[in-house]
Ligand binder design. Structure first.
Ligand code: FPP
Length: 250
């Protein structure tokens, strides 16, 4: 583990890591338990990942906690996920404050149960001046829904003569996404062996490196995060340039 940590170049670390925490259901099933048991055990992985990212000096960590499509799961599971969210946020708030973690959310938050909205708003307000790391929960989030929502809001401004069509550029679109206060994603990690993006941060991942691991989310630990970062650092990010240009930029 120490060796892995030493091989991380702290000057080349990703600024923003986004994670699709997949495999909770399969993890639970493998233990002969209900899917919800997997979600509950996901919390240890969340805590360890957030702590490790923060210790490494990574500034933004964004976790896919609930997608717009997840509303179609059995009511029992949806209710369990919402109640897990509420209890976790309440329980962890003192830790977020102590560890200087700023909590943020993206998604169609108004579709969450009222008590979840209330607790979330309280935790966001209570941590808004924290600086070490921004931990964003994607809740009732879907990238296409986010883009539709942005287009509606931009269109309203055009109709009301607040915005000239010719002034619409990438920055304007960025400013109307739920992620308006977050930088682009550098590294996207998906657990459980699935190799899909599943409607997650499509715009924001335009230049992200994608990393897929077989590890099921409840088993994801510090060493797995190190592996993903080491892999990321061994890739060459070209942003459309040639290798020679990248070398002369360094
Ligand atoms: C994917 O596993 C996981 C989810 C759909 C929910 C993620 C939620 C958590 C990690 C816990 C709750 C979050 C907070 C912030 C308290 P899956 O159920 O799709 O697993 P499977 O693919 O094996 O069925």
């Amino acid at each position: 583990m120490e060796e892995k940590l030493r091989s991380i170049n702290l000057h080349k670390k990703p600024n923003h890591i986004a994670i699709i925490m997949d495999g909770n259901g399969r993890w639970a099933k493998g233990k002969g338990m209900q899917r919800v048991f997997g979600h509950r055990n996901a919390l240890t992985a969340i805590r360890e990942t957030a702590d490790t990212a923060s210790d490494l000096g990574i500034k933004f960590l964004t976790l896919y906690a609930f997608s717009t499509e997840n509303w179609n799961r059995p009511k029992f599971e949806v209710d369990a996920l919402m109640s897990l969210l509420v209890t976790t946020l309440k329980k962890e708030l003192p830790e977020f404050i102590k560890k200087d973690v700023k909590i943020n959310s993206i998604g169609n938050i108004s579709s969450l149960p009222k008590n979840a909205q209330k607790v979330l708003a309280h935790v966001i307000e209570s941590t808004k001046n924290n600086k070490k790391i921004t931990l964003t929960f994607a809740l009732s989030y879907g990238s296409r829904e986010e883009i539709v929502n942005a287009i509606k809001n931009i269109s309203k401004k055009v109709v009301n003569n607040e915005l000239d069509v010719e002034k619409i550029n990438e920055k304007v679109i960025n400013n109307h996404l739920y992620t308006f206060n977050l930088p682009d994603v550098d590294l996207m990690i998906r657990t459980s062996g699935e190799q899909r993006i599943s409607n997650y941060l499509l715009w924001q991942m335009a230049y992200a490196e994608l990393y897929f691991t077989e590890v099921l989310w409840p088993d994801f630990r510090k060493e797995h995060l190190f592996d993903a970062i080491i892999d990321y650092q061994n890739r060459e990010r070209r942003f459309g340039k040639t290798s020679e240009q990248i070398e002369s930029d360094e």
